[in-house]
Design a protein around this ligand. Sequence first.
Ligand code: BGC
Length: 386
Amino acid sequence: MKTTAKKVFAALASLTLCASLAACGTETTPAANSGQKASGTKTVGIAMPTKSLERWNRDGEYLKKQFEDSGYKVELKYSDNKTDQQNNDIQSMIADGVDLLMIAAIDGSTLTQTLDDAKAKNIPVIAYDRLIMNTDAVSYYVSFDNYTVGKLQGEFVRDQLKLDTEAGPFNIEFTAGDPADNNAGFFFNGAYDALKPYIDEGKLVIPSGKTKFEQVATPEWKTDTAFDNMQNTLASYYSDGTKLDVALCSNDSTAMGVAKAITSDYAGDNQPILTGQDGDITNLRNIVDGIQTMTVYKNVNDEAGATLAVAKAILEGGTPDEGLLSSLGADASYDTSSYNNGVKVVPSYLLVPYVITKDNLQKLVDTGLYKWDANEKYLESTAETT
Ligand code: BGC
């Protein structure tokens, strides 16, 4: 079941990230409002995967700021994309007696034992952005509509190539995400399903024959791996000048690698359509420069806000349901059917992603999270140091 609520979007203006993002590894800060009993005495634990990708730095800081502004103490840990380290980091937060955990899992299927320990101590767990698999210890999932992220990429390609009217054939290659990340399959399927009718019709052709998620997955979403894979594909199927019309990449970190391979190794003379996801600053530069064509944007400050609303309700003894949608401050749906983690269907709050191209970059500035540079050409983060 899916319930949708339209909400007035109260944009949180200019957020100040901590002076050096690289310096905000593990932190516990005093509650801003420690006199307040409802939240001031409570500590939340936030487990983020890695600092190596721009978005998780943003997520961590937005979450930290919003929870602190609401009077909670915050323990924030990044685990260097290492599953053992993330288990240890969460264990240490459990030992510290946090009242609630928010976890963006590195590998969704490796936290079962650790979360059993959280459950034994009655610590509620919110799966943040990525679903945590094989455990009944996760209470809620807060993310974006991940299938729609991929669908927007596929529909963008359809519209750019005018697949409903043009005969084609056009050549496309896919680059997907980390198989350990439950989101990655949703992104790939959303994109593939949107394009499948045209692939079936022969208007879209995949010269490499790599049509399955497993064949195009990119462990850890690594830019270098995406680069290597695309280089191989170009060497094997495009070195004779075969035209590559589309490189469909699930996110911005993989799009960076694919862009590099295209720039250095592509024998054709056209600039292929290149998709992404996240709105990372370097990718937004590539969009201005015509190297990347679009990114699917997910406002992670809103994601942090939705997570705060869910956490607050739980910590105040409530049971969040679709009624909470009206207090999220962003468009979202409440979904009680799509996210089965192997043990249970996890009730999910899913925010709405949208497409950014060079023609609507101002939309990002309007969020308050980005600003134009001095020449009004490229975007910068409104955070002090990104
Ligand atoms: C997130 C994406 C991100 C990817 C790599 C996914 O789980 O939803 O926004 O690009 O991880 O970090």
